[in-house]
Design a protein around this ligand. Structure first.
Ligand code: DC
Length: 219
């Protein structure tokens, strides 16, 4: 069994940035489970499935085979052997991932992949249900969050710096909608595991959050 660090939290809390840094410092592998849900979402979008076509999610995800590999230590997501890592970071794919991950068939598809990775390797795995459902025996669990305002501001800054036109109020509304869906779905909703350490990063620097998590890891 590898040493397992589970980081859960809402969209935009900085999970992937922090998890990557923690993994680097501890020499662990970073596993981004959101990217796997995004790959399935991309598959659905390519098949013309709309966010409201909830009854199509289970059927249309059947022929999506999601795997991952590492290139220079960076996780790559493969959808039916095609590297889609560069195509899954859009708001459209993120919103579709939030909607389609409500479906039990979609979730079941990714469960073994995630559990097997953690069995074999020392991992920092981030997502929504890692500490509560995927790795209930993880050695360290963190629930990382920040206020909606702060998460929206960070996202706005990130997109603006990339030259993407965006609207702060729209970003805030999208984040609220995703929180609502991710936290209130029936299967494996986002919630803090009882034994998770709660970190609100609203007034913390990236370095401070990274150090706080690394201090919890005693391998
Ligand atoms: O972390 P992210 O924004 O890349 O995740 C996209 C969506 O995927 C998220 O809104 C909900 C879903 N997801 C999930 O249901 N369970 C996970 N472990 C990770 C992501």
């Amino acid at each position: 069994m590898g040493f397992n660090v589970a980081i859960d939290g809402p969209a935009g809390a900085g999970k992937s940035t922090i998890a990557k840094l923690v993994a680097k410092e501890m020499n662990f592998i970073y596993v981004d489970t959101g990217a796997m849900y995004r790959a399935i979402a991309l598959h659905l979008l390519r098949k013309g499935v709309q966010i409201t076509d909830t009854d199509r999610f289970a059927i249309d995800c059947q022929d999506a085979d999601v795997t991952i590999r590492y290139e220079d230590g960076v996780q790559q997501v493969l959808l039916n052997d095609e590297n889609v890592s560069g195509m899954i970071r859009t708001e459209e794919v993120g919103n579709m991932a939030s909607a389609s991950s409500v479906d039990g068939t979609v979730r079941a598809k990714l469960l073994d992949l995630q559990r097997n990775l953690a069995k074999e390797k020392d991992v920092v795995m981030d997502g929504r249900d890692i500490g509560t459902n995927i790795l209930p025996n993880a050695d360290v669990k963190v629930y990382l969050t920040a206020t909606v305002e702060e998460r929206a501001n960070r996202r706005f800054k990130e997109l603006s710096e990339k030259g993407v036109a965006c609207d702060l109020e729209k970003i805030k509304a999208d984040i609220k909608e995703r929180d609502e869906r991710d936290m209130n779905r029936e299967i494996a909703p986002l919630k803090q595991a009882e034994d998770a350490v709660y970190i609100d990063s609203s007034d913390m620097s990236i370095e401070e959050v990274k150090n706080a998590i690394c201090a919890l890891i005693h391998k």
